[in-house]
Ligand binder design. Structure first.
Ligand code: RB5
Length: 148
């Protein structure tokens, strides 16, 4: 899978760990930065990753800031992007099964690295269930057309 990834300074260390993890599993990673722990602004990176997913340049996106909140708020401003802030494997699984989430948001300051990697693994391996959930995804698209 081709995966776009981005973080701010608070998510930088976890981003580097996740990149290694993804590459070891055979995924292609497109890293939109940041490149260090120097203070920066999370919307800059959320925008690039969201656009990559929206355009189809990446199959999925992963965004990391301190809490994951700013990244999820920003990424969800983009049509076609369904960004899910996940704190555990259950949320990661459900965000794929029911919400067909195409961007995963994580908090580098609230998750241990091993848990974060486990969340990433579950999120990448779980398929959208479709069925009644497709109707709800269609309704989200309707909201986007009417209000974005
Ligand atoms: C940076 O201090 C912090 O505000 C940011 O990483 C993120 O948690 C925002 O949602």
């Amino acid at each position: 899978m081709k995966i776009a990834i981005g973080s701010d300074h608070a998510g930088f260390r976890l981003k580097e760990r996740i990149k290694d993890f993804l590459r070891a599993k055979g995924h292609e990673v497109i890293d939109f930065g940041t490149r260090s722990e120097a203070s920066t602004h999370y919307p800059l990176f959320a925008k690039e990753v969201a656009l990559a997913v929206q355009r189809g340049d990446a199959h999925r996106g992963i965004l990391i800031c301190g809490t994951g909140i700013g990244m999820s708020i920003t990424a969800n401003k983009f049509k076609g992007v369904r960004a899910a802030l996940c704190l555990n494997e259950y949320m990661a699984r459900m965000s794929r099964l029911h919400n067909d989430a195409n961007v995963l948001c994580l908090g580098g300051r609230v998750l241990g690295e091993d848990l974060a990697l486990s969340i990433v693994e579950v999120w990448l391996e779980t398929h959208f269930e479709g069925g009644r959930h497709q109707k709800r995804i269609d309704l989200i698209a309707e909201v986007e057309r009417e209000h974005l």
